[in-house]
Ligand binder design. Sequence first.
Ligand code: XMP
Length: 318
Amino acid sequence: NFTPNAFVEEVVAEMKAKIGNDKVVLGLSGGVDSTVAAVLLNKAIGENLYCIFVNNGLLRKNEFQNVLNQYKGMGLNVKGVDASARFLDALAGLDDPEAKRKAIGKAFIEVFDDEAHQLTDVKWLGQGTIYPDVIESVSATGGPSATIKSHHNVGGLPDFMKLQVVEPLRMLFKDEVRRVGRSLGIDEELLGRHPFPGPGLAIRILGDITAEKVAILQEVDAVFINGLKEHGLYDKVWQAGAILLPVNSVGVMGDERTYEKVVALRAVESTDGMTADWVHLPYEFLMKISNEIINNVRGVNRVVYDISSKPPATIEWE
Ligand code: XMP
């Protein structure tokens, strides 16, 4: 029987003993796991925990600033690093999904390594690894950190990966992480956030990425997600988002013919992301969101709803 309070007490004591007066660096993603791991480490070692939150420019609208403020409000010692331009450069001209993922993974590692180098005497790398990640990486490559390593298999490991690893959540399942987060007083809204992929909007913009496309998709996505929240639908959906398609379609506005972008909306029910069903969102809701997008987001004149389940259609379009 898992009791969050007892877990917190135990793991904090354990980390205090293990880490002592050493410094720890940890990358925050805005997700539940890294946040809970950071709050636990902060409880154990305070200012000796150095958190880094990178803006890859592919997050949701206003997300970087909002989440960074939330982190600061929690008392975390966090540095926000806006590396949007660097990621956009790394993505320039790429349209293959795997090439985009690789470029983003590589850029992240470079940015994080640069930041880690600015801290002196760091001995540990904190990570929000949870039990299912441990199983996955052990079976895939025989060791932890496999997900990061797979992005960086050229020219040896960056220095931060040679640090000793501390993973306070490595024995927990997702629901237990949420319960621990709750007992630590972390905001319910943060704990209940939909999953969001590491490569962010880059894998929801089909084809090549430009700053303009990112801006359009951020607006569309914000209309959809805010609408779900306002209509009490957000918590009934496991994951939702918008996809910018690489096609234009004809429309009319006043007396003018338009030839603009098409966006798809996707909302799924799932328990682990391995299988998923599309959600039967109310027609009235979809109508309202579609109108709001077309009336307010310049450059988009058509909205479609994705009615495909996984398998075979993956949750992300890329
Ligand atoms: P798919 O598209 O494979 O997605 O059905 C299943 C879940 O995984 C997320 N996803 C990713 N997460 N890096 C991530 O961190 C990725 O490259 C990636 N691709 C998919 C997706 O958002 C969904 O929750």
